[in-house]
Design a protein around this ligand. Structure first.
Ligand SMILES: [Zn+2]
Length: 160
């Protein structure tokens, strides 16, 4: 796997879990950042990465595949949030960990009931860019299969 050393500077703020009262640092995109910029997080909510869809066609490509799959299934729909998650799960892993666009969670107790926003600034830190080289290398069929697999898991594990 190619090492991607590119890093993004982002401001961190203090977040607090309403359930276990744990305090932790969380990155937030600034108000000046554009539509098409995302923070992705690992499963435990403790690591973050950045990705943007402005200078590449990755997002549209995966999104079109989702549309194709859905068109072939009767009565299926997908929410915007779910679509974002599915697309982000096609990104490369970082050190064997899958990052995704997910709701922030407490890294300690995994609760989604957390307070964040413009709280105490915790300084600017660097987070890695997440790439999609593995996806790029696939042929069309492999891409469709991957998206189908993620879509299926999603529907099973996170019914709406
Ligand atoms: Zn907690």
């Amino acid at each position: 796997m190619a090492k991607n050393k590119k890093q993004y500077k982002i401001r961190f703020f203090e977040a607090k879990c309403n359930k276990c009262k744990n305090k932790f640092d969380m990155p937030l995109l600034s108000d000046f950042s554009s539509y098409g910029e995302f923070i992705v997080r690992n499963k435990t909510g403790s690591k973050f990465a950045y990705f943007e869809t402005l200078t590449n066609s990755f997002w549209d490509e995966v999104s079109n595949i989702i549309d194709e799959i859905i068109r072939n299934k009767k009565n299926s729909r997908i929410t915007i949030a779910k679509r974002q998650r599915v697309i982000s799960k096609c990104l490369d892993k970082i050190n064997d960990e899958q990052f995704a666009i997910d709701k922030p969670i407490c890294p300690k107790c995994k609760s989604k009931d957390i307070n964040y926003g413009i709280g105490h600034p915790k300084g600017v830190k660097r987070i890695p860019y997440v790439s999609f080289n593995e996806f790029d290398k696939m042929n069309k069929l492999e891409k469709v299969e991957l998206v189908e697999r993620i879509l299926k898991n999603k529907l099973k594990t996170a019914p709406n």
